[in-house]
Design a protein around this ligand. Structure first.
Ligand SMILES: CC(C)(COP(=O)(O)OP(=O)(O)OC[C@H]1O[C@@H](n2cnc3c(N)ncnc32)[C@H](O)[C@@H]1OP(=O)(O)O)[C@@H](O)C(=O)NCCC(=O)NCCS
Length: 251
């Protein structure tokens, strides 16, 4: 019990530049107090003393503003910074060395009792202020969840998820794809960092299609002209259609 507390205090001092002394962390950090209450509550829960567990968790919530269900499993050196408004559900699991900021929900989307309804955070995951991670999936080791993100799908280890619904930031891969697309003389407007958004996906699909149709029409007109067939009277000159601009608008 005390060795864990010592570890927790040391990890807060390591991770919070605002922490000035161990005594300050012990007396003024609600995340530390919430974990102490959770250890009591979880111990009672595992012995089958469900009401005692719930009550200990409730007292912890009253004093800290952090609600941790007594059934949740929390690893070592977890740092809940500020903490107000954090909610951690019954079947949530939090790996060692995770950092969780205020307003985070590790919640469920299904109401079936006895199933794994809440997420599992791997080791060293950082969940930004106000983020909601909803469902019984895994956020991989070392992943980051941006503040206010709403995560409803697994996040690979080391990845960064931001936005609502959350998408994975992968700027290097996007840049490489764009570069390749430019080399072949056609920009893959369907390849964007918002591929998780179904509306953006549909619009980019339409843009891709119209660019390709335009390119084929130009090729046909060029061949007809080369064959001596002029279509000036029947085909209007090409307008200033700029698919790149439209693509950026839906990004
Ligand atoms: C998500 C996060 C970890 C990303 O950090 P990072 O890897 O350094 O990424 P960057 O700051 O370089 O941002 C990369 C891109 O993601 C965007 N982004 C960053 N955080 C975002 C967020 N929370 N929501 C939406 N987009 C975000 C940036 O605008 C940038 O977009 P661009 O490539 O179009 O310019 C960080 O921004 C974050 O939210 N951390 C949580 C911090 C927190 O909650 N602190 C509370 C202290 S009390």
């Amino acid at each position: 019990m005390f060795s864990r507390l010592r570890e927790d205090l040391a990890s807060v001092r390591e991770r919070d530049p605002a922490a000035r002394s161990t005594l300050e962390v012990l007396t003024c950090y609600p995340g530390i107090h919430a974990l102490m209450f959770h250890r009591l509550a979880h111990g009672a829960w595992r012995r089958g003393w469900f009401l005692v567990g719930r009550f200990a968790s409730h007292i912890g919530r009253l004093l800290t503003g952090i609600e941790i269900h007594p059934g949740a499993r929390i690893g070592r050196r977890v740092f809940i910074d500020h903490g107000m408004g954090v909610v951690i559900g019954e079947t949530a699991e939090i790996g060692d060395d995770c950092t969780i900021y205020q307003g985070v929900t590790l919640g469920g989307t299904s109401l079936y009792r006895g199933t794994k309804r809440h997420p599992t955070l791997g080791r060293g995951v950082v969940v930004g202020a106000g983020a909601k991670v909803l469902g019984g999936f895994t956020v991989g080791d070392g992943a980051k969840v941006g503040s206010n993100a709403v995560v409803v799908k697994p996040v690979p280890a080391g990845a960064t998820a931001v936005g609502n619904p959350a998408r994975i930031l992968d700027s290097e891969r996007d840049a490489a794809r764009e570069q390749k697309a430019e080399q072949i003389g056609f920009s893959a407007y369907g390849v964007t960092r918002d591929m998780d958004d179904p509306v953006a996906k549909a619009l980019h699909g339409l843009l891709d299609h119209s660019v390709e149709t335009d390119r084929r029409l130009q090729a046909i007109l060029a061949r007809l002209e080369a064959a001596g067939i002029k279509l000036d009277d029947t085909v209007a000159p090409s307008d200033d259609f700029d698919p790149g601009r439209l693509s950026r608008m839906v990004d």
